[in-house]
Design a protein around this ligand. Structure first.
Ligand SMILES: [Zn+2]
Length: 253
């Protein structure tokens, strides 16, 4: 998309998570200067303003010929001057497609987000400082986008196992040293998952339409009753913050 001009934004179905408004038509005639990601938001930066896309629960983008007949749930096309279009498909319609006044202003959805876990600002001492006085479970703490973005349910369970921390332990009662281990484990699990193309448990597909293979490397997630790779005792499941959490009761304290 980079360097191409957007000829048209075709909206077939505007009822996504929030209605797709006519604002997005401001993209017409503009050159794509860059593509960025912040948390789960994809930011298409134009000469003036930009488009902000979130795939929600079931959204996908694919590149096709601008003349290809749309399939079911193909809601929006970004038609480029190359004759290709980037097509947004979303069966469950929890996705987001919004106009964004970049770089002049931040979007409210992006303000207040915590640092990216694979970038400089994120560290054990950052987590330790943010967690002081917090009584909630550490698993909810590391999954809170205001603290750090990108640590989803699977990776939170995995990182806590790797760091030997019980998922229900109060965030404010974990030492700086243990947060150092946890920050390292979060980075490690995310980097390995990215290398494996992500984690396909149900319907996740990567950018080339392929599944992600990280599910084969999961240490605790979705392994209830199976034996711990470290101590052979059975992995337990517990609901924390309405999400299934998997852990080893003897390896994680
Ligand atoms: Zn164990």
């Amino acid at each position: 998309m980079k360097g191409r001009t957007i000829n048209e934004v075709r909206v077939r179905n505007a009822s996504l998570r929030w209605p797709v408004t006519d604002d997005v038509q401001q993209a017409r005639g503009q050159v794509v200067n860059g593509i960025r990601r912040r948390a789960k938001y994809l930011l298409i930066e134009l000469e003036s303003g930009g488009l902000m896309i979130h795939l929600g629960m079931s959204g996908a983008l694919r590149i096709c010929d601008a003349d290809d007949a749309p399939r079911k749930h193909d809601h929006i096309d970004i038609v480029l001057d190359s004759g290709f279009c980037v097509r947004f498909n979303d069966p469950r319609r929890f996705g987001v497609f919004l106009w964004w006044d970049a770089p002049a202003g931040n979007h409210p959805l992006l303000n207040g987000l915590g640092p990216e876990p694979l970038q400089g600002e994120f560290s054990g001492s950052y987590l330790w400082q943010k967690s002081r006085g917090r009584k909630g479970a550490v698993k909810n703490f590391i999954m809170d986008g205001k603290i750090v973005v990108g640590v989803g349910n699977i990776y939170a369970s995995e990182a806590l196992f790797m760091a030997g921390i019980h998922p229900a332990r109060a965030a404010g009662r974990i030492s700086a040293m243990r947060y150092e281990a946890l920050a390292g484990a979060i980075r490690d699990v995310l980097e390995r998952a990215i290398r494996s193309g992500g984690t396909t448990l149900r319907d996740f597909i990567g950018s080339a339409g392929n599944p992600g293979y990280f599910a084969q490397e999961l240490l605790v997630y979705d392994r209830e009753g199976k034996s711990c790779f470290q101590c052979q005792r059975p992995i337990k499941r517990k609901v924390i913050g309405q999400r299934s959490s998997y852990y080893c009761p003897s390896c994680q304290k």
